[in-house]
Ligand binder design. Sequence first.
Ligand code: ATP
Ligand code: MG
Length: 580
Amino acid sequence: MVKNGSVLLRNLKMAQTDLSPSTDFIRTIIEEHIKTNRFQGRVATRFPPEPNGYLHIGHAKSVCLNFGIAAQYGGTCNLRMDDTDPSGETQEYVDSIIQDVKWLGFDWKDRLYYASDYYEQLYQYALQLIQKGKAYVCSLSADEIREYRGTLTEPGKESPYRNRSIEENLDLFKRMRAGEFEDGTHVLRAKIDMTSPNIVMRDPVIYRIKRTHHYRTGNQWCIYPMYDFAHCLSDSIEKITHSICTLEFENNRPLYDWILDELKTESHPQQIEFARLNLSYTVLSKRRLIELVQNGYVTGWDDPRMPTIAGMRRRGFTPEAIRNFCERIGVAKNDSLVDMALLEHCVREDLNERAQRVMGVLRPLRLIIDNYPEGKVEEFECPNHPQNPGMGSRKVPFSKVLYIERDDFHEKPPKKYNRLGPGREVRLRYAYIINYASMVKDERTGEITEIHCTYDPETRNGPPPDGRKVDGVIHWVSAEHSLPAEVRLYERLFRVANPLGEKEDFLKYLNPKSFETITACRVEPSLANARPENRYQFERLGYFCADLKDSSPERLVFNRIVSLRDSWAKMSAQEKQKMA
Ligand code: ATP
Ligand code: MG
């Protein structure tokens, strides 16, 4: 499946060409409904996260889809916390979800809802089902229920409690709510069909006893509705028209419809399933992400290597790039693994347009210009964006002692090395051409500690009068004027494309080199103004973002968002096709 790090992208055609949002199968269905007046022409969607973790890029796909569709058809999109399982749900997660959806650029106005606000209504619905003879209290143990359920090839067996009278069921269910029974002693089940070929329809459990504190309702309830029961009814209560969810709920659709049909609810949304996003070199499952956070494999949910919205934000990704990515991958009915390089490409594309260019040196090497006057300082006017004069310019000071990138000097330059070395001449970006003179080494370690050069005053920010070619262009900062900075370099979190598809536990495939801190960087003085979340292109190095939490004018900290090397853009159409 995975060859040379290049990855399956089955939705390739969509990802590359289908930029018009009105053509996917979900929108086709919706447009049909509008035409036939199925919901009086209304479009109402919702994004329904369970607040048991932070949102990840897969959720962003669903957010963009639901809010995008509502906006496109003049409808509404609700934000609903699907908080029906008290274990693992917290206010911190709610807060993070609200913040992340907002940051992505979407607005639910006053339509923030909680399934937990519907508990009483849901309970009343359950009573109605019992009264209709369509639900019963079952007193089998969890193991027995599983045994009775049957398999894909064998029908299930009816519970001995299936034919309890309506009165007995009402009595028992009310006493379940009143807290008279131990956890696990009874459940409420829908009475459907134990022989259904669809296992979901074999008398699914719709309520269980669970004495767990709920972050919103506290200890008010000791019974909680199951997801399948709460979800369709919450949609119906909110008069959702199109309940868009991921493919794994396809088998649950008959149950979704059964519950609403039996209860004859006024509103009966249409469930539509689409393929969830899978992204290479990471994992998109809250359970796995929680594992990474809780066991300290990352620094938190917002670790810049995490595929969470909070992590990507902290890394420096823009909401525009993420939205653009979600649009490009499109929606489809078949599962696929999308190449991380495509997401990174979208980030570069956006930052290339918008990020101000600056100079910073990650691993400084002192460079002394022997023939430049001691104490002299010149200021060079440097464009903030070479292709966009509208972004203005700034002054960058130049002096006798500079820092250049250690990598930009080589004692024995390899082939095609277009930087500095003995006998070579390079341009200092926006400044002068310099000519190598000598180097100083640490006697003990042999490490190069200083380079000496001469400069050609005739080449001030322009071509040399004699038209001679130089070996390259390198960036620099003035030693005296530059500012210290810490730079954090990030690589992909996993070293294989599909860590969950491998033989061993996914943690075995964590990339040990996914994070590096460089503390002694030097950046040009204009960055004194860098505020948290400001993004820049460090010339020749990549895009960087002042860290949301740790960067301040007193202590500059930059995260590398992406390098400049765009593996997606470089991939030939043929290579991309091969992945399909
Ligand atoms: P996970 O599988 O990561 O634990 P989940 O599906 O349990 O996620 P929810 O909070 O229930 O997480 O998801 C909220 C919404 O986001 C649901 O409608 C779900 O279908 C959608 N969603 C979750 N993961 C993805 C994904 N990878 N791609 C697209 N949509 C997703
Ligand atoms: Mg879920």
